[in-house]
Design a protein around this ligand. Sequence first.
Ligand code: HXC
Length: 260
Amino acid sequence: TTYEHIIVSNPKAGVGLVTVNRPKALNALFSPLIVELNGALKDLDSSKTIGAIVITGNDRAFAAGADIKEMKDLTFSAAYGDDFIENWSDLTVRIKKPIIAAVRGYALGGGCELAMMADILYCSKSATFGQPEIKLGTIPGAGGSQRLTRAIGKSRAMELILTGDTFDGQKAAEWGLASKAFETPQECLDGAIETAEKIASYSKIAVKAAKEVVNKSQDQGIKEGVDFERRVFHSLFGSKDQKIGMAAFAAKEKPKWSDE
Ligand code: HXC
């Protein structure tokens, strides 16, 4: 299969590498890209030879968010009616093989959420994480409020989501969001591929079972939380401030909030 917005390769035996490749927009995650990502992951998941999957971006950006320009004019009824971004959950509910995110550069908003959906998160020390949606007049919509809070605790997550402040890869590892922070972006990608290769060397059936049981420890209640979050996220497309915030980003201006 050939893709327009991602690259799928096989850097080591048993390892599927998916590289998000929309560099001009800092890998902003628009719908066609998510459709390709889901397709590629499903193919790798059903492959007889692949044992583990790595998702990465480039040195500058893992992904700088969902595509603000794509969603800036979205209405509440369209968001809710079509269950906007519900297919982002395919990654977590449909893929049975382990996924390692190798985060280099920006992982903001939906990019941070995508990274947190992975089974293992590796990053470079200089990576930049954050949930800056509040600056756009909205909130995380793809699990950020639930997974960040689970990973780093309520006070830190609340502070980050309410301020929109970012944090680096070193902090991500210190706080337990990432299991490793590497000195350089290249070491991060190499490290992720190496771990994937090791996982791929084991019994596929045992690996599948191990992933399933570890996830059991996380899943109680998280689906409800993510569904709830997505509904509230949809409802903000009915607010004036979401339109103001995202239009300001696209026009490179500072938003003037209406509080409506
Ligand atoms: C659309 C984006 C984008 C995004 C960057 N670009 N992020 N386009 N959606 N999320 C585009 C820019 O508009 C610009 O396009 C090009 O990529 C390069 O970005 P610059 O801003 O010029 O780069 P720089 O000055 O280096 O700043 C980098 C940055 C900034 C700090 C990461 O781009 C930024 O703040 N991006 C938005 C981050 C964000 O708010 N993410 C959360 C989105 S909301 P042009 O055409 O001008 O070259 C979200 C909701 C998730 O993710 C909920 C459900 C999934």
